[in-house]
Design a protein around this ligand. Structure first.
Ligand code: CA
Length: 237
């Protein structure tokens, strides 16, 4: 058995923490969460972590201090700082404390997952590669390749993220809010028209191979979208 990379999420804001834990768990990582620095260090003592997402503004300890102590405990751990403060000094101190990277809040989930994957790969930690197969559609989340009936199709980054998000739960209705949060930004207040534009683009690309058995993206009026596996029409009775 191979063990999945262990990711520690240190975040005192439960609304952000829950989103991060949910998204990382869906990717197949072994996720541990801590609402403060003390809990985070105790968790790292119990079992080493491969990567930590670390909020700088914690209720008990300074985030940079947590970074330093985490790296003392697990020298191999990759630390990515999450900062609401745009101040460059915090980032500089964080990087001096051993952080590998930083992201400024509000964090775009797709970007965060991409950075986590990249750092784990760079660190020689085997990432979780998931292959999703639905009919003639193959999605490889590790290499971010999509094939239809063996032919690679070219998707833009957001189109890939959108297709992967829907394909993770075939046949399940996914709300517009959920899609906007997972693919674009967790704090989305703008128009969601961009979602429809991207869905249309993904549909076009999937339809590029006539005769291939590809899933259909079904529009659910007033709710969102659902990816339906291919199959003879009307066989759901
Ligand atoms: Ca905080």
């Amino acid at each position: 058995m191979t063990s999945e990379p262990r990711v520690l999420v240190v975040e005192d804001d439960p609304t952000i923490g829950d989103v991060l834990v949910g998204a990382l768990s869906e990717q197949g990582y072994d996720v541990v969460s801590a609402p403060d620095g003390g809990t985070a260090l105790a968790a790292a003592d119990r079992q080493p972590v491969d990567l930590a997402l670390l909020d700088l503004g914690l209720p008990d300890l300074d985030g940079n201090e947590v970074c330093r102590r985490l790296r003392d405990r697990c020298p191999e751990a990759i630390v990515i700082i999450l900062t609401a403060r745009a101040e460059e000094m915090d980032v500089v101190v964080g990087l001096e404390a051993g952080a590998a990277d930083y992201l400024t809040k509000p964090v775009r989930l797709a970007e965060l997952l991409a950075r986590v994957r990249a750092h784990l790969r760079r660190g020689g930690i085997v990432g979780v590669t998931r292959r999703i197969e639905i009919g003639d559609l193959r999605i490889d989340t590790g290499s971010r390749r999509v094939r239809v009936a063996g032919h690679e199709i070219d998707l833009r980054a957001r189109e890939f993220d959108l297709l992967e998000r829907l394909a993770r739960e075939p046949g399940v209705a996914v709300s517009r809010d959920r899609l906007m949060a997972d693919v674009w930004d967790e704090h989305w207040f703008g128009s969601t028209k961009t979602l429809d534009v991207h869905v249309a683009a993904v549909r076009r690309r999937l339809a590029g191979r006539p005769g291939a058995q590809v899933p259909t993206i079904t529009t659910l009026r007033g709710h969102g979208y659902r990816l339906d596996p291919p199959g003879p029409a009307g066989d759901h009775g």
